[in-house]
Every structure is written in C-alpha cells, then in structure tokens.
Design a protein around this ligand. Structure first.
Ligand code: MD3
Ligand code: FE
Length: 203
C-alpha cells in the first residue's frame, strides 16, 4: 500500500519484504568490513544508536563536526560498496514515489538496541535537497516522530515496521524528524534490534 504522510513523503508499507533475505545477507558483509560504532556529536555526546555506512560516501560525526567522507575513519579505508540489491530497492522505491532518476551515493545504516533513540533533527548535510531520501526499516518496530519545517512543529507519530519504506522528497525533505526510544522485543529475523537504512545523494 501507498500512503502520503505529508507533501512529498510517501510511505510504502512492506515494500522491502521481497528483498529481505538478500538485504540481510548483504548487511552481514558490510558490517564485517565496517562494524557498527557509536559516534560522538561535535558537542561531545555519544549517540545512543550505532552507525555504519556503505557507498562512495559515508556520514561521520566527531568533535570537528558532521560531514560525508569517502573514508571510514575507523579503518582508514573506503566504505564498503553499495550492494546492487540496496541500490535497486532504493531506486525502485523512489521511482514509485515519483522521483525518476534517484542516484544514491551513500547509504547510512543505523542500529537501535532497545532504549536507543534519535532526537529531532533535520538532514541538511547533503549537497542537493532536490534528491529525496529513501528509508528502509528492518527488525523491531519504532515510533517515528515526523514534525514540520520548524523545530517547534508538533511531531506526528508513525509506527514503522519491518519492511516499510518511506520516500522523503519535496517539502518534507527538510522536515524535522526523530525516533522515540526503541521498545524491547524480539524480531523473528533481525533479533532484538531495529536497523534503518537511509539512501541519499550526498555529493
Ligand atoms: C524525513 N534516521 O538517519 S528514518 C537519519 O529511523 C534518520 O534511523 C531515522 O533520521 C531512523 O537521518 C529516521 C526516516 C527519515 C530519514 C531521513 C529523513 C525521515 C526523514 C530526511 C528528511 C525528512
Ligand atoms: Fe534524519
């Protein structure tokens, strides 16, 4: 099914389900090369979710700021390549939402253990805001907080489940958003965690 959450934001329930086993196999290979790590914000706070990336650019944060970088700072090597199944999924979802030529160069991979969260923020580190962001939820369900163009806009709550894909384009591309603390549970395929993939055109 297909649902509009705001102008430019399209929720594709279960869109990633047919890709599930291939995605999980590809994720294992990525994480062996670029393990999940809990990064620090420029303010010195350690993030509660753990991250890694694949593609020609990955997102990093440290005491000097936020940025996209072609090199994983933990290994000093390029990030793992974006697996073809990741790219196909993201491009098909974007096309389904009306974005015909999505060409992601970065996939950020967030891992939430029970209790982990992401505070309200905007995604503004990408060069071109005309490109959408495609997000894929795997594992335990999360309450996604979807605000508006101003930080003070009261967020709406959406439950994102295993296999759900959202395309964020148009005005919603710069809306504030976050994730409520993850409730404990056990997912039959992914275990006691939630994993979120976000595909971006970073540079
Ligand atoms: C709306 N990730 O990685 S995915 C992020 O579940 C991020 O891990 C969350 O926010 C997560 O930056 C939310 C949904 C999402 C991702 C990017 C967006 C929603 C968005 C960018 C603009 C507007
Ligand atoms: Fe975000």
């Amino acid at each position: 099914s297909c649902e509009a959450m705001a102008e430019g934001a399209v929720l594709l329930r279960g869109f990633a389900r047919p890709f599930e086993s291939e995605i999980i196999a590809a994720l294992r290979v990525i994480v062996a090369q670029a393990p999940f790590r809990r990064m620090f914000t420029p303010g010195g706070h350690q993030m509660s979710m753990a991250m890694t990336s694949c593609g020609s650019a990955g997102w990093v944060t440290d005491r000097s700021g936020y940025r996209y970088d072609g090199i994983d700072p933990n290994s000093g090597q390029p990030w793992p390549a974006m697996p073809p199944v990741f790219r196909v999924l993201a491009v098909q979802a974007a096309a389904g939402a009306g974005f015909a030529d999505f060409a992601p160069d970065a996939c950020l991979i967030n891992r939430y253990a029970p209790g982990a969260r992401m505070s309200l923020h905007q995604d503004r580190d990408e060069r071109d805001f005309a490109a959408p962001i495609v997000s894929v939820s795997l594992g335990l369900p999360a309450i996604f907080l979807f605000g508006g163009p101003k930080r003070a806009d009261k967020p709406k709550r959406y439950r994102l489940e295993h296999g759900d894909v959202v395309v964020w384009g148009g005005p919603s591309r710069l809306f504030f958003h976050g994730v409520a603390p993850l409730a404990d549970g056990e997912h039959a395929v992914v275990g006691r965690q939630r994993i979120n993939l976000t595909f971006r055109k970073a540079r």
